[in-house]
Every structure is written in C-alpha cells, then in structure tokens.
Ligand binder design. Structure first.
Ligand code: PPE
Length: 306
C-alpha cells in the first residue's frame, strides 16, 4: 500500500513527508498513548470534500479528553482547517485522512500530565479496506476468540491507539484462519463490533445494531442509520447474540475505511444468500452517492476542501 504524500501537517505547519518523524523515546510509541481518527475525503461535483469532518474532529477531541489530555493548543476549528489544508496541499481527490494526537516529550511514569500533546495529520490514497471484491460479494468473517474491551477497561468511546492491540489480536487470528474480518463479542457475550467496523443485522426487513455503550460511536454507523431510516427501514439498538448472526437474513459492517460491506459467511455458515443482501445493497448504494456529494439531502455531510 502506497502511503506516500507530499506533505504531513505537524503541530501547525505542513512539512515534507520525509520529515514527519518521531524520536524513539516518544512515550506514545511505548504505551500507545495517542488518540486518532480515520476520515475520508472524496471528490464531489463541487471538488474534494471531507466527509463529516466536524464530527470526526469532535470525536478526536472527545477521545483526547477521555484519555486524560487536559490541554491542547488547538480548537476544533483550527484542526478542521488543518485537515483541509493537508488534503488541499497534497492534491488528492479521494484519500484517507489520519490525524494522530500523541503524547510527546517527557510523558514517562504513565501520567498524561507529564507529557504534552502533539498532533500530526497524514493523507494517502487508500482503496477498499476489505478488498476489491468485498463490495459486491461480501466478506467471510469469524467470531473472534478474543473478547472486546470491557467498558471500564480501556474506554470504548475513545479511539486510543493502545486499544487497537485488541483489534490486532483478533484481526491477525482471523486472517490466519482464512477469514477477512473478526466479529468481537463483549465481555457479556453479546456482539460488540469488528476490529475496525460497527455491525448491523437485518431480519424480516428490520435492522438491528448493538447499543453504543460498549463500542465506538461510529460516524458511518450514524450515516447508515440515517440513510436506512430515510429509505423506510426501522433501525433499533438491541443486544445481539452470536446465533442471531447465524440466522440473520443479512449482516453488514461499516466504518470510514471499510465503508459498507456485507458479510457472506460467519463461522462457516452462509448468511442469507451468501452475498451482499438486498437491504445492504440499497443502503450501500445511497452511501456511495452520499459520500461523493451526489445526494442533495446529505450534502451537508461533505465539507468542501476549497
Ligand atoms: N469500530 C472500530 C473499532 C473502529 O476502529 C471503527 C473505525 C469503527 C467502529 C467505525 O467508525 P467510523 O469510521 O466512525 O464509522 N475504524 C477506523 C480505523 C481502521 C483502521 O484499520 O485503522 C476507520 O474505519 O477509519
């Protein structure tokens, strides 16, 4: 995967890609003491636009607050502008955008207050996260042998870098077993989310998703819920058991990187017709139009880079 770009935004200025480096003794690297976002910019009829930029930047700040950062020298508006500047400077039409707010200089002794916050923003061209065939055919998933975080362990609302050790365990196991994604259960045994996506189940024309309590409050989850409601589907939050996945008509997962992808098979059991189901397809189609600024009522989700 080519992650190169011309510039990376670092603490207030755009620096050449090669210069966005860190010292080995940056505490964030040793303890995962950093928070991040995954954002995408898409080309729209009015030019490149960052999808739901404000919501992502607000969640970045929320993650920082949850982790314990108390001071950072930027406002939400500053950081939104920094994202646009970075996308514009690199000239990409479609790209993934990755801000990371990390604990820098002097943060040893496991106390956030002993370090300071630094922020970098990178962009790169990133195609379909779950593979080129995933869109039409769906992907095969397993239920992970690893449990998702307990709500009072690592704080599931925050995209803390260190939290992703749990995702690494599950995703590596899943791919080594020959699947493409892992579904993780919460400590009570109910379906939580995937390693980098939220999850929805369709049964008898109704859509269900786990409550946000133990999972990341996905922005794509919110967008798809809005689209599904506008298409006339009811979407409710409900506890979902492992066997409810097996007997669902459709299961789909969503995230900024993955977008909206159906699951064709879970734990060697075919889901529905074993490909992207009809409800998933309808929602997926509208989402793909919406992110590219082609649906009037969702135009406000596309923040023009200018
Ligand atoms: N749950 C998790 C654990 C998660 O990481 C993501 C995003 C989501 C749900 C969906 O959130 P949202 O993007 O707001 O709809 N995962 C990001 C990082 C993936 C990665 O490999 O890194 C993403 O999709 O950008």
């Amino acid at each position: 995967m080519g992650m190169e770009s011309q510039f990376i935004w670092k603490n207030g200025e755009l620096v050449p890609y090669e210069q966005a480096t860190l010292h080995f003794l940056t505490p964030a690297l040793h303890y995962g003491a950093a928070v991040f976002e995954g954002i995408r910019s898409y080309n729209t009829p009015k030019g490149p636009a960052i999808f739901r930029l404000r919501e992502h930047v607000e969640r970045l700040f929320d993650s920082a607050r949850v982790f314990g950062f108390r001071e950072f020298p930027w406002t939400v508006e500053d950081v939104m502008k920094a994202h646009k500047d970075t996308v514009r400077a690199n000239g990409f039409k479609d790209c993934y955008v990755r801000p990371l707010l990390y604990l820098d200089g002097g943060g040893w002794n496991l106390n956030v207050d002993n370090g300071k916050a630094s922020l970098m923003i990178a962009v790169w061209e990133w195609g379909n996260y779950l593979g080129e065939e995933a869109l039409a055919k769906g992907i095969r998933a397993n239920v992970s042998s690893f449990t998702r975080h307990h709500v009072n362990a690592t704080m599931t609302k925050a995209k803390v870098a260190g939290n992703y050790a749990n995702s690494f365990l599950a995703k590596t196991e899943s791919e080594r077993l020959g699947f493409q994604e892992a579904i993780m259960l919460d400590p009570q045994g109910f379906v939580a989310e995937c390693t980098g996506e939220n999850l929805f189940v369709v049964r008898d024309g109704k859509i269900f998703t786990p409550s946000t309590a133990p999972v990341l409050e996905g922005i794509t989850r919110h967008s798809l819920t809005t689209i599904a409601n506008d298409l006339g589907y009811s979407v409710s939050e409900a506890p979902i058991s492992r066997d409810q996945l097996y007997i669902a008509d459709e299961v789909f997962v969503c995230g900024t990187a993955a977008e909206c992808i159906g699951l064709s098979e879970i734990d060697f059991r075919k889901i529905g017709n074993g490909t992207t189901g009809p409800v998933t397809k309808k929602i997926q189609d509208v989402y793909h139009e919406a992110i590219r600024g082609k649906v009037k009522k969702y135009e406000a989700w596309c923040d023009l880079v200018g």
